[in-house]
Design a protein around this ligand. Structure first.
Ligand SMILES: *[C@@H]1O[C@H](CO)[C@@H](O)[C@H](O)[C@H]1NC(C)=O
Ligand SMILES: *[C@@H]1O[C@H](CO)[C@@H](O)[C@H](O)[C@H]1NC(C)=O
Ligand SMILES: *[C@@H]1O[C@H](CO)[C@@H](O)[C@H](O)[C@H]1NC(C)=O
Length: 400
């Protein structure tokens, strides 16, 4: 009898291990797309990232995001469900796994679901904790980490005393709604990360000191008038992978963003830029007045020659222009300062070096600086025409 019981427990243990092993481990959070971009030349502004390994280990492997359908969640820690009774699944399959509480804190004001590192009193770590509601933010906090949770709306109350907030990471939540009053509470905000949420429009009344705004991978199809008004310090605007179409971008949409360095509008449904303005009127364009603009991404849209004013990218500040996966049939005009040009996967049939060679009378015949050119996925075949290689002497990498 004892032997049988022993055998059974060994078998049970074996099965348990099997279950644990076959649980799919949580996907590691991918580096944001924009992290691979050239960083904004403004070192030393980033807060110290929380050192890995300081958080208490989260219990067991979790599935992220929770798969729909009947699930075993939650296996309440401390209440072993073993042996698996063949009874019914738990009656109430909740939408979300339970909030994971932080360790007891040195700070009396540390929210229970967060971790407050005694050596970084200005940081509040509440990421990866299944949080549904923003906790009350203590006034000492400058850096707020709330990414990878289930927050669905932002209300003003938790931010009432958070006047010192500089950096807020709310990426990968389910935010649909943001109260207008929220940003009035955080006048010092510099970095706002809201990528991978469910926003349908650009939030209104953003703090005027904002330097980085990441809104990629939402469902944004609307930019309210004046959304970017007065954002004179904004250096990075990331709107890639949304649902923006021509009517959302007027000729004044970006007008006030005079310090903008990086603009990412890739993976939207733009056909024309800007809408409603005849292509011949080259003075009126998106980028007029953006005198620091260096990185522009418009890949994966539906831009055609008709929709792109001939000189819209002829900006002396532009260093990197990405127009891959559009419907262009000719190479747009660009400036002698441009270094990287991505035109792959368009409908370009020919390329005339004489026509595209940037003449820079102002810069005393500056040699065009183009170094990297992608032309693959067009109707072109090598070699590159002689007049192109004659013009771009610095070109050392061409994909055709
Ligand atoms: C904000 O701070 C004041 C004064 O310290 C305090 O009385 C109040 O409860 C705080 N509000 C919140 C929402 O924490
Ligand atoms: C492009 O910009 C340069 C200044 O860098 C200017 O001289 C030139 O006329 C512009 N070309 C067109 C077609 O606007
Ligand atoms: C390229 O353009 C120039 C000027 O428009 C023209 O004279 C030349 O014939 C063109 N070259 C080719 C190969 O079409």
């Amino acid at each position: 009898m004892r032997a049988v019981v022993g055998l059974l427990s060994a078998l049970t243990l074996f099965l348990l291990m099997g279950v644990v092993i076959t649980q799919r481990p949580r996907k590691p959070t991918k580096k944001p797309d924009s992290a691979r971009r050239q960083p904004i030349p403004r070192p030393g502004r980033l807060p110290p990232l929380p050192r890995p390994g300081r958080l208490p280990p989260t219990p067991g492997p979790r599935r992220w995001p929770p798969t729909p359908g009947p699930r075993r969640w939650p296996p309440t820690p401390g209440l072993p469900r073993w042996p698996p009774t063949l009874g019914p699944e738990p009656k109430e399959p909740t939408d979300f796994p339970p909030v994971i509480m932080g360790p007891p804190s040195f700070f009396p004001d540390c929210p229970r679901e967060c971790y407050c590192d005694p050596s970084y009193p200005s940081a509040l770590n509440c990421e990866n904790r299944n949080i549904r509601r923003v906790p009350v933010i203590p006034s000492r906090v400058h850096y707020l980490y709330l990414q990878n949770n289930y927050i669905s709306e932002l209300t003003a109350e938790p931010f009432a005393n958070a006047t010192e907030l500089r950096w807020v990471n709310l990426a990968n939540n389910r935010i649909k709604r943001i109260d207008k009053e929220v940003f009035g509470k955080v006048p010092s905000l510099l970095y706002l990360y809201l990528q991978k949420n469910q926003l349908r429009e650009v939030p209104a009344q953003l703090p005027v000191g904002l330097e980085q705004l990441r809104l990629s991978k939402n469902r944004i199809s609307k930019i309210p008038a004046n959304a970017f008004k007065k954002l004179e310090h904004l250096a990075l605007l990331d709107l890639h992978h949304n649902e923006l179409s021509d009517r959302d971008l007027g000729k004044n949409t970006f007008k006030d963003l005079t310090r903008l360095i990086q603009l990412n509008l890739a993976r939207n449904i733009l056909k024309k830029m800007p809408a409603g303005v005849p292509a011949s009127v080259i003075q009126l364009d998106y980028f007029e007045g953006l005198v620091h603009l260096a990185f522009v991404r418009l890949n994966y849209n539906q831009l055609s020659d008709k929709g792109v004013p001939r000189a819209v990218f002829n900006l002396t500040t532009l260093l990197d222009l990405q127009l891959s996966h559009n419907q262009l049939s000719s190479v747009p005009l660009f400036n002698a300062h441009l270094e990287h040009l991505h035109l792959d996967h368009n409908s370009i049939e020919s390329i005339n070096g004489t026509q595209i060679c940037p003449h820079s009378l102002q810069d005393d015949g500056l040699m065009p600086k183009l170094r990297y050119l992608r032309l693959d996925g067009n109707h072109l075949s090598p070699p590159l025409p002689m007049d192109v290689t004659m013009c771009f002497r610095h070109l050392h990498s061409v994909v055709i």
